[in-house]
Write a protein that binds this ligand. Structure first.
Ligand SMILES: *Cc1c(COP(=O)(O)O)cnc(C)c1O
Length: 397
């Protein structure tokens, strides 16, 4: 059997060997409950706080500004609901976000709209980046929160976070960023960037699944998420998932240390993919090529149905995506690709490949050989492509 070429690292990543080894002692050596008073429990407590310190350091935050959660979705929900409560107390019920956020943000905002909040969704344009002038224009006296993702999960484009943070701080508006794709991949400094809330998730940077963190700037009144015990300063009850929390901390530290080396490696291979697969006629790169995560490739191919492409690539042992894992399985085209102006029929024909430190040159060469083959085969059977070839339909790419 051929080995699997895993190119869906925006969906999830493999736990690194170092992380795995760091987690193991928590199953048989340090399995105490961090809330217990005897030494065995306190040893777990020490490890928990060590993990908090590591995560804080990687973001240039303080330990008491880090809350552990079950992942990116929970962190996003918590941050937005907490900011909305603060807003409500000041009678401010306007939120600014973008059209291409992750559903963990979009669906939370939809919930708030039903509760009487007004949300402005900033456009993201063809390059996949919001315009700061649009943000400035959208600000109102009753704006309580701006939530803009650090880097997009489908097209990898990086948003002007420093500028957004500066504006929000000047206007005294809370600023949340979903940094789930960015953490461990690009440098983050919550102080310099004036970030008030930041979400991250362990499994997007070679840590375990089901664990994340929320950074909340000191002085912000964070509302409780789960009632019960005194864990997470009484704001999120429940015995801590220490193996995962510690694993995530080690993973973030490892990713931060290796960041420049891994990025350089990924950029080289990713750009080769762009160069070679752009040779497929009537194709286009989605989003800005430079202000972009180093591991993200995303292109549209006219006359190639995304789902079929994925199935045939799967047969060839290649794990790819046509959008986010959360939307695959539904027939709706990606909201991200529609937001950057791709027409419906083209948004269906997208291919996302996301690399990691484990991706090899020979894997990339294999993909560069396979995608055009599979693409040509699908076009040969496509009624849409047939119409395009006969001139009965106009090319959009
Ligand atoms: C993966 C992802 C999430 C969700 O994180 P989970 O840990 O899977 O809940 C949220 N936002 C973005 C941008 C993501 O890529």
């Amino acid at each position: 059997m051929q080995s699997t070429v895993y190119l869906d690292n925006a969906a999830t990543t493999k736990v690194s060997e170092k992380v795995k080894q760091a987690m193991l002692p928590f199953f048989d050596e340090f399995y105490g409950n961090a809330s217990s008073l005897y030494v065995f429990g306190q040893r777990a407590k020490e490890k928990l706080e060590e993990a908090r310190g590591i995560v804080a350091k990687c973001l240039n935050a303080q330990s008491n500004e880090i809350y552990f959660t079950s992942g990116g979705s929970e962190s996003d929900n918590w941050a937005i609901m907490a900011a909305a409560q603060i807003g409500m107390r000041q009678n401010k019920k306007h939120i600014i976000s973008t059209e291409f956020e992750h559903h963990a943000v979009l669906h939370t905002l939809k919930k708030l709209e039903k509760q009487g909040f007004d949300v402005t969704y900033l456009p993201v344009y063809a390059d996949g980046i919001i315009k700061v002038k649009d943000l400035k224009k959208a600000i109102r006296p009753d704006t309580c929160l701006v939530s803009v993702m650090f880097a997009n999960n489908e097209i990898g484009t990086i948003q002007p976070i420093t500028e957004i943070g500066k504006i929000c701080r000047e206007e005294k508006i809370l600023f949340h960023t979903d940094a789930v794709q960015a953490a461990g991949h690009v440098e983050i400094d919550v102080l310099k960037m004036n970030i008030d809330f930041l979400s991250l998730s362990g499994h997007k940077f070679h840590g375990p699944k089901g664990v994340g963190a929320l950074y909340v700037r000191k002085g912000i009144a964070l509302s409780n998420l789960i009632e019960g015990g005194a864990q997470e300063r009484g704001k999120r009850a429940g015995t801590e998932n220490l193996p995962a929390i510690y694993g995530m901390a080690v993973a973030l530290e490892e990713a931060t240390t290796e960041m420049s080396k891994v990025s350089a490696q990924e950029i080289k291979m990713r750009n080769k993919l762009f160069t070679e697969l752009s040779k497929i006629p009537h194709s286009a790169i989605n989003g800005n090529c430079n202000l972009r995560l180093s591991n993200n490739f995303n292109m549209c191919f006219e006359g190639i149905e995304g789902e079929s492409l994925l199935l045939l690539l799967d047969d060839a042992g290649i794990c790819a995506s046509s959008g986010s894992a959360c939307t695959s399985g539904s027939l709706d085209p990606s909201h991200v690709l529609l937001a950057i102006g791709r027409p419906h029929e083209v948004a269906h024909g997208s291919l996302r490949l996301t690399l990691s430190k484990y991706t090899t040159e020979s894997e990339i060469d294999y993909v560069i050989k396979k995608v055009p083959e599979v693409g040509a085969y699908l076009r040969s059977m496509s009624p849409v492509w047939d119409q395009l070839v006969k001139g009965e339909r106009k090319h959009v790419l």
